[in-house]
Design a protein around this ligand. Structure first.
Ligand code: FE2
Length: 318
């Protein structure tokens, strides 16, 4: 058992230097934009929840990350904040971009990233599961053409996780585990990469951290309905002129299929499918993979169409 403090990654708010450039990129990815409260807010088709907010800024950087909990979880978080004497943040400028939530608190993590914690239930998806011939299913198709038309619905279903660069991964792990009661799922190296999940039922990671000499956003990650949707979405972005980041491949930690596309400001958007899921009371043994020399890159993937490009872990926000 254990308390369920952070229930889900709710949304990401980013400052970007050009709103329209961001709107074009994420619309091409298949998110649905709406201009409200002075910002572009994006949702996934069939899901009644804001997932991404783009706000006019001087450069691309995380504005804040929104996590959700329930009233019981909120009370426990407030206790932890008192216990560890964490200072709360009073949003002023941020408020003009937001609707009021039922209950919320704001604080900064040790790298200075602003966190908003709200009381909210994660919204369900109304789109049906999209079934095509894919790995893991009994092959039943006989004398029927299976290649999906490239015009199939190939749009994200959910914001799955974020990967933040940090100059001190372990300091952040301690913060997210001790204060917000997130759980460590796996690591690559004892200070290089860490994967954290929400305290209840959760994807393998909803927040990952990678060592860099400065904070920054490495990628935000979007769940697709299957591998065809993932690849068709990536193909649509590449054909529109956006830069291929890395993929297709399959990760070791999280196990998900991935395809990364560079956003217009050097971060990555990952399209993923089939990530490991860990139940609230599941047995799970944390693995610490080797990060020495070439091992760091080798432990990023089981297989991929190519090895990771040299700049895969480059922090363009430095
Ligand atoms: Fe990822």
């Amino acid at each position: 058992m254990g308390v369920n403090m952070i229930k889900s990654l709710h949304s990401l708010s980013l400052y970007v230097p050009k709103l329209e450039v961001g709107k074009d990129f994420y619309s091409c990815m298949g998110l649905i934009p709406q201009f409200e409260h002075n910002a572009y807010v994006f949702r996934c088709e069939g899901r009644d929840q804001d997932q991404l907010r783009l706000i006019q800024g001087n450069k691309k950087e995380i504005a804040w990350i929104t996590w959700s909990t329930d009233f019981v979880g909120m009370a426990l978080i407030e206790e932890k904040i008192q216990q560890y004497q964490i200072e709360l943040y009073e949003p002023e400028m941020e408020s003009k971009y937001l609707k009021k939530s039922k209950k919320e608190i704001w604080l900064r993590d040790p790298d200075g990233t602003l966190l908003q914690i709200i009381v909210a239930e994660p919204a369900q998806q109304s789109r049906p599961a999209f079934k095509l011939n894919h790995p893991g299913e009994v092959f039943k198709r006989v004398a029927i053409r299976g290649a999906p038309n490239r015009l199939i619905d190939a749009r994200p279903r959910k914001l799955g996780h974020l990967l933040k660069f940090s100059p001190d991964v372990n300091r952040l792990v301690n913060f997210y585990v001790n204060i917000l009661q997130m759980k460590l799922s796996d690591r690559i190296g004892d200070k290089e990469v860490a994967f954290l999940r929400c305290s209840g039922d959760s994807d393998h990671h909803t927040l990952a951290l990678a060592l860099s000499d400065a904070p920054g956003l490495h990628h935000c990650s979007w769940e697709m309905g299957n591998i065809d949707q993932m690849q068709l979405c990536a193909q649509r972005l590449i054909q529109a002129g956006y830069k291929d980041g890395w993929g297709v491949g399959r990760h070791i930690y999280g196990s998900n299929y991935f395809h990364y596309i560079r956003d217009p400001w050097g971060s990555l958007s990952e399209l993923f499918w089939d990530i490991d899921y860990i139940g609230k009371d599941s047995d799970w043994t944390v693995e610490i993979a080797n990060a020495k020399g070439e091992s760091l890159h080798e432990n990023l993937y089981q297989w991929a169409s190519s090895p990771p490009p040299d700049d895969f872990l480059h922090n363009y926000e430095r």
